[in-house]
Write a protein that binds this ligand. Structure first.
Ligand SMILES: [Zn+2]
Ligand SMILES: [Zn+2]
Length: 314
């Protein structure tokens, strides 16, 4: 009894020891993983769409956005506030012409402040509006932009005055035609939130019905070599999904049109918001790479590498 009891105790001790080593090993692996996991994560991604208070409808200065970019494991932040336009064109939602220099200076100061931490670059979200091409051309030459988004904003009063009609399906067709024209100007690097119209014509939004028109526009855009954007802020809009919708994203991928990713942050905490979901959606839609622009030159990353580089918020 005592012999077998001793053996049981020995076995028990051995079991405890083995369990202890196993647990210790597990903790050790976890600790090493946690250490190296953070230390070895190399920042690769950029936030390619963010705003400043100069456009009168965003909060937080670029340094606050850069701080979030750093926390999310991004390599850089491209500030792309709404461009000035002439003669009071949609003035309430964009920086004034006489604030342009301040904007350039603001981004440059933030770049210096974050040197070695976050690569802060000067960009712009510029409205495309027919007839304003030469104004935009001059504007885009007036500073050293790294990335220029071309936007059609159908919600602004000037756009509505010019293009709106009772038949909302026709309004949607006009919008997609203008998206292609935006790319054809050759002024922009990427076409932002490229199905934004759905939120302002939601009662008549029928993805299947409009898709043939979208495809015609995408054929034209593919010819230009201009990229398009997956904008994660769409989930917060009337039709709650990223812009563009999944079926359009698949058509973009089929045509080999490069894709940029942006959160369209109007508050600092939205920097890189939805990036993991967005990157997975891109993969599912047929993309292998995600693009961003530096010095107006397209760079690309393998989506899996981009995903791995991000630090997911707790
Ligand atoms: Zn926009
Ligand atoms: Zn924007």
């Amino acid at each position: 009894m005592s012999v077998s009891g001793l053996r049981i105790d020995q076995d028990f001790l051995l079991l405890l020891l083995a369990f202890g080593i196993h647990r210790y090993g597990m903790y050790l692996r976890l600790a090493v993983h946690a250490e190296t996991g953070c230390m070895m994560k190399q920042a690769k991604m950029y936030e390619s769409h963010s705003h400043t208070p100069l456009c009168k409808h965003a909060d937080g200065w670029p340094d606050e956005y850069a701080l979030v970019a750093e926390q999310r494991g991004l390599k850089g932040l491209i500030v792309t506030c709404h461009n000035p336009m002439p003669n009071g064109f949609s003035a309430p939602v964009r920086m004034a012409e006489d604030e342009f220099d301040r904007y350039v200076e603001l981004v440059s100061r933030t770049r210096e402040q974050f040197q070695g931490r976050v690569d802060v670059r000067l960009g712009l979200e510029a409205d495309y509006f027919e007839g304003m091409e030469s104004y935009l051309e001059r504007q885009l030459q007036s500073a050293e932009f790294h990335f220029v988004l071309g936007s059609v904003h159908p919600q602004i009063s000037e756009w509505r005055d010019r293009y709106w009609q009772d038949d909302l399906f026709e309004v949607q067709r006009t919008y997609f035609h203008l998206l292609a024209k935006t790319a054809e100007t050759g002024l922009f690097d990427s076409i932002s939130h490229p199905d934004l119209i759905k939120n302002f014509t939601s009662s008549q939004w029928d993805p299947e019905r409009i898709l043939p028109d979208i495809c015609k526009s995408l054929d034209r855009i593919a010819e230009t070599g201009v990229a398009m954007e997956l904008n994660t802020s769409g989930v917060n809009k009337t039709i709650s999904e990223m812009n563009p919708m999944p079926s359009m994203l698949e058509e973009i991928a089929k045509r080999g049109i490069p894709i940029t990713l942006g959160s369209d942050a109007h508050v600092p905490h939205r920097v890189a918001d939805g990036y993991e979901t967005g990157l997975n959606l891109l993969k599912k839609s047929g993309f292998k790479h995600v693009s961003f622009f530096l010095e107006r030159q397209r760079q690309e990353l393998v989506i899996d590498d981009a995903l791995e580089s991000l630090i997911t918020p707790a």
